[in-house]
Ligand binder design. Structure first.
Ligand code: IPE
Ligand code: IPE
Ligand code: MG
Length: 267
């Protein structure tokens, strides 16, 4: 078995060799991406929209490999939203076939890179054949130690929150939980993946200035980075532009940066 399967990437070394020449620390642990602009990429070239989806798989491969190389813990990709069912039947069918193809054909690559695949969303509503391949790849890669690649499939942030509220309400109804005990940590335990830390960096390609129902609970304090570039044109050098911007951000989480704190608050 290749040592690549089990070895954690050397985060410091990989960062030190980052093309940006930036300091070797300050990378986000969890990167979430709204992979948008596939249709426009294709239309610009006089191609059917679905060709943009097909091309976008190359970006997924490139970005996943780079995240793994530099030691990103988790990469969450918005691949299909609960609202994407509104699209023409042919486009939805193409996306489902593409997803199934991805799950089968990227399996080896994910395993070779020690990437663990997981998924969030209302997965039971996906076609059965997609569910089967998804379960297979997730089970096979469950023990991998490098980056976790989480696909948001039939995912909606409101749906996730409603689902959590229903579970909490049910526990209260059964007398197993007091309403007053539903704090943030308890609420999180009802989300699709309670073990996932919140994203540090949210990237959106395609230029739209909105979050489109993605990870609404989890992105409270995520740093946002939006590029006009369409997803099929997004490659590792653009990921590093986002990392560079992230390194320059001052995250305060509602507090004050150390340097602007008054030396004493006592009167
Ligand atoms: C994102 O690209 C992919 C999915 C939503 C599945 P789009 O298909 O939304 O591309 P644009 O935004 O129409 O260009
Ligand atoms: C968000 O893109 C969903 C995915 C990338 C899967 P959309 O193209 O569906 O979002 P809107 O319609 O521009 O808000
Ligand atoms: Mg779009």
């Amino acid at each position: 078995m290749s040592s690549r399967l089990t070895r954690k990437p050397d985060r410091t070394k990989a960062q030190a060799e980052s093309k940006t020449g930036a300091p070797s620390d300050g990378l986000p642990q969890h990167v979430a991406i709204i992979m948008d602009g596939n249709g426009r990429w294709a239309q610009q070239r006089g191609l059917p929209r679905v060709m943009g989806h097909r091309e976008g798989v190359k970006s997924i491969r490139d970005i996943t490999t780079e995240c793994r190389r530099v030691g990103i813990d988790r990469l969450t990709l918005y691949a299909f939203s609960t609202d994407n069912w509104k699209r023409p039947r042919g486009e939805v069918a193409f996306l489902m076939r593409l997803l199934k193809h991805f799950l089968i054909h990227e399996r080896g690559e994910l395993m070779d890179n020690g990437v663990r695949l997981t998924a969030i969303g209302e997965l039971e509503a996906l076609p059965k054949t997609v569910q089967r391949e998804l379960e297979k790849t997730c089970a096979l890669s469950a023990g991998n130690q490098a980056t976790t690649l989480c696909l948001a499939l039939n995912y909606g942030g409101r749906a996730e929150i409603l689902n959590a509220v229903r579970q909490a309400a049910e526990r209260v109804r059964r007398g197993e939980l007091e309403p007053a005990d539903i704090d943030e940590a308890r609420f999180r335990s009802f989300l699709y993946d309670p073990t996932a830390a919140d994203p540090d960096l949210l990237i959106r390609t395609g230029g739209e200035m909105r979050v489109s129902d993605f990870l609404l609970w989890q992105i409270s304090y995520a740093e946002l980075w939006i590029t006009e570039r369409f997803w099929p044109d997004f490659r590792k050098e653009h990921l590093h532009e986002a990392f560079e911007a992230f390194r320059c951000r001052k995250r305060r989480f509602g507090g004050l940066p150390d340097s602007s704190r008054p030396s004493s608050t006592a009167s």
